[in-house]
Write a protein that binds this ligand. Structure first.
Ligand code: SF4
Ligand code: SF4
Length: 80
């Protein structure tokens, strides 16, 4: 289950998660004003969760209901 970045990252984008990701699968999505995780490259290590100051990152199965759309928002960004 890959990890997903959700709404609290918007306009924060401090890149704390990028610093700790061992496989560099977190990318800046300027038009979304947030960062996104590549669902196929993520190795599900969970290291990014604690690095995020605004608790924006969840395993996809644990994303709060109100932010469920972000599962697709992360994945779809890489289809473009
Ligand atoms: S769970 Fe691990 S591999 Fe996936 S984005 Fe976070 S730090 Fe990177
Ligand atoms: S650490 Fe959190 S707020 Fe900072 S860029 Fe990553 S997801 Fe966004």
């Amino acid at each position: 289950m890959p990890y997903v970045i959700t709404e609290p990252c918007i306009d924060v984008m401090d890149r704390g998660c990028v610093e700790v990701c061992p496989v560099d699968c977190i990318y800046e999505a300027p038009e979304l004003r947030m960062l996104v995780i590549h669902p196929d490259e993520c190795i599900d290590c969970g290291a990014c969760v604690a690095a995020c100051p605004v608790e924006a990152i969840f395993e996809d199965a644990d994303v709060p209901d109100e932010w469920n759309e972000y599962i697709a928002i992360n994945a779809d960004w890489f289809d473009k």
